[in-house]
Design a protein around this ligand. Structure first.
Ligand SMILES: [Zn+2]
Length: 427
């Protein structure tokens, strides 16, 4: 039976948002707002934590185990493509918090965790009234943080969509916004674009905790080695520094650890999204030291015998993928059809998948992201604030009269941007 400190018990009492307390009245899981995760990283300084895409329950278990060992506050997330109404993963917006809460209580996890709706993509023409109903439902299901992603739209529509949807998001929740789709070295983001979005939001009383940029990384498996552009990221963060917005790093999987350390050291990044690497490592695929998949001469993934999935189940998954002509990063699409089969494996196999995930995530948290100790730091932040809402870091700086729809469209028309090629760059 785990022991719970008085600080932890107090944090449970005052630090869990109302939706979480309602869902899990007797729980020992410290599920908190995404805002607090950012504040804890800022309190430590030069620190970022993992935002793990919990595509499978196995990954959720592994990451929480690693976080407990590192005493690190972490985020469990799922993207709208992965876990929305047309989900391709077993984990969804509507079961993610329940899974995290159950695993925390079962494993005696006492580090704080936020539940994040990653890439909540809003494309042009989306019925925002219907979307607001869906957003209400995911907060009712225990989500405590959300990434509004209208980056597929031109800058003015991106901003106007963020403003239009904001009333559906609780003030206490973590809020991420995004400019520039994650397209590798094409259509890189600029300070001008970032300032436009952040100033426009500020004028409308919206204070995001994170901004996601296209700073050179790609979702899925890294093809090239260019990867994340640290200087560009630092320059953009510097340009928006007075609005106290932190960075959210996307496409972290497969990036060189030294570069990731520089992102934590030299930029305002406090959240690093990791999806593909955790999936591949839990499955027992051959990856390089940064978690990037290694392929055989036929361009197929390489399964390590005796690690991850059972050989029997991997053979079934591979046959299914071949049938569907699924390759490389698109293996993510077989998560949902195989989740139950993964959970139906022997205890020994499930545990080795969890342990491999935990080992990789622990190394990132302790040796790359500098996130050790942020668990306790976050609990102190809650006790100081004596509330589940850490509040915004800034107030209104910009004048709303300068950011009417008409002026927004005019300002956007003056921004010279290269959005890069069209295509499917989603998570
Ligand atoms: Zn992403």
């Amino acid at each position: 039976m785990p022991t719970y400190s008085t600080d932890f018990e107090k944090a449970l009492e005052v630090g869990r948002p109302p939706n979480v307390k309602k869902l899990f009245p007797n729980s020992k899981a410290l599920i908190v707002s995404g805002k607090y995760i950012d504040r804890a990283m800022r309190a430590k300084g030069k620190a970022m934590t993992i935002a793990a895409n919990g595509r499978s329950q196995v990954v959720i278990r592994g990451v929480l185990k690693a976080a407990q060992k590192a005493n690190a506050a972490v985020i469990i997330e799922i993207a709208r493509t992965e876990g929305g109404i047309d989900n391709y993963c077993g984990t969804t917006f509507w079961n993610m918090a329940r899974q995290v809460d159950a695993v925390c209580n079962e494993m005696g996890i006492t580090i704080p965790v936020a539940i994040h709706a990653d890439h909540y993509v809003l494309k042009a023409g989306e019925d925002l009234d219907a979307t607001k109903i869906e957003i209400d439902s995911i907060f009712d299901a225990g989500v405590t943080s959300i990434a509004i992603d209208a980056s597929h739209q031109p800058d003015d529509d991106n901003l106007l969509t963020n403003i239009a949807i904001n009333s559906a998001i609780p003030d206490w929740a973590g809020l991420e916004t995004e400019i520039g789709e994650i397209k590798g070295n094409q259509g890189l983001s600029s300070s001008e674009e970032a300032l436009f979005l952040i100033q426009g939001l500020n004028a409308h009383g919206i204070f995001p905790d994170w901004i996601a940029l296209n700073n050179g990384s790609t979702h899925g498996i890294e093809e090239g080695d260019e990867g994340i552009q640290v200087d560009l990221t630092a320059e953009i963060h510097n340009a928006i520094s007075k609005y106290k917005v932190s960075g959210a790093q996307h496409g972290t999987s497969g990036n060189n650890s030294d570069r990731l350390r520089k992102i934590a050291d030299d930029t305002e990044t406090t959240k690093a999204n990791v999806a593909t690497a955790l999936q591949m490592i839990s499955w027992g695929m051959k990856v390089n030291e940064y978690g990037n998949s290694i392929f055989d001469e036929k361009g197929d993934l390489i399964k390590i015998e005796g690690e991850g999935l059972s050989e029997k189940l991997w053979a079934e998954m591979k046959a299914y993928a071949d049938e569907q002509n699924i390759k490389g990063s698109n293996f993510k699409k077989i998560n949902r059809p195989f989740e139950n089969r993964i959970l139906a494996q022997t205890r020994e196999v499930r545990e080795r998948m969890v342990d491999a995930t935990a080992e990789f995530a622990y190394d990132l948290l302790a040796n790359v992201f500098n996130a050790e100790g942020t668990g306790d730091l976050l609990i102190q932040e809650i006790l100081e604030k004596n509330s589940y809402d850490s509040g915004p870091l800034v107030g209104i700086i910009e004048s709303k009269d300068e950011w009417t729809e008409e002026k927004i469209r005019h300002k956007a028309s003056l921004i010279i941007t290269d959005k890069g090629p069209d295509g499917d760059f989603s998570e």
